[in-house]
Design a protein around this ligand. Structure first.
Ligand code: B16
Ligand code: MG
Length: 212
């Protein structure tokens, strides 16, 4: 029997993945990198610092950046990102989120959040959904997904076993993290690229019987 559902945030509950990518695109243009749209899924679920490392490793493999330079690019990206999400409200939740959360609460399930974003606590406040979560995992304590740390922290805090919980993710790295935590994974996105147990195009397409 399912007792808890642990959600990713960016790209699952709201469309911030596009803002993360747009912020990276603007930021790395300053060092001559033209980020391709096809690189976007690669950055989902990856921490801020690991993202800039990945971008520079792939696009400028012969340039060795100092850690301080990478940190300053990551800080710049966050400024651009924060500007983009400044005006977000509950209206920016994906369709079906509130209905799903209300249904899960009604069934007596616990909700957890396992986002790699250090901005997640602030973003869920803006979206008006903080009160739904019994636990919000702390990304500062874990390596980037596919490390399962964020999901394992959620399982432990909610006092449930991996068999009693489901994870919901939009990112290939996030699905791998859920599987590494030995949980069943619901993917949101393209079934061709997401190796989840079951994949739906949008969160609103998830049938509620999966949570019985
Ligand atoms: P921040 P998720 C992830 O959030 C994003 O997918 C990823 O693009 C971003 O780099 C990461 O959070 C870190 O975000 O810079 O705000 O700390 O998808 O795990 O909810
Ligand atoms: Mg995500």
């Amino acid at each position: 029997m399912i007792k808890a559902v642990i959600f990713d945030l960016d790209g699952v509950l709201t469309d911030t993945s596009t803002y993360h990518f747009a912020a990276w695109k603007e930021t790395v243009a300053s060092v001559g990198i033209e980020l391709k749209a096809s690189f976007e899924p690669e950055l989902r679920g990856i921490s801020r610092f690991d993202s800039i490392k990945k971008i520079t490793d792939v696009y400028l493999p012969k340039t060795s950046f100092k850690t301080s330079q990478l940190e300053s690019l990551a800080a710049k990206k966050n400024e651009v990102y924060l500007e983009k999400i400044k005006t977000m409200t509950e209206a920016d939740l994906y369709p079906g989120v509130l209905e799903l959360f209300e249904t899960l609460k009604h069934k007596g399930l616990l909700l957890g959040l396992a986002s790699a974003s250090l901005n997640a606590p602030m973003l869920i406040e803006k979206l008006g959904i903080t009160h739904y979560f019994s636990h919000v995992s702390n990304p500062a304590l874990h390596p980037s997904k596919p490390d399962p740390g964020l999901f394992i922290e959620g399982l432990e805090a909610l006092h449930v076993s991996p068999e009693q919980a489901l994870g919901v993710e939009d990112a290939p790295a996030g699905i791998a993290a859920i599987k590494a935590a030995k949980m069943k994974a619901i993917g949101i996105g393209d079934p061709k690229t997401l190796k989840a147990d079951v994949v739906f195009k949008t969160l609103a397409d998830i049938p509620y019987y999966l949570f019985d």
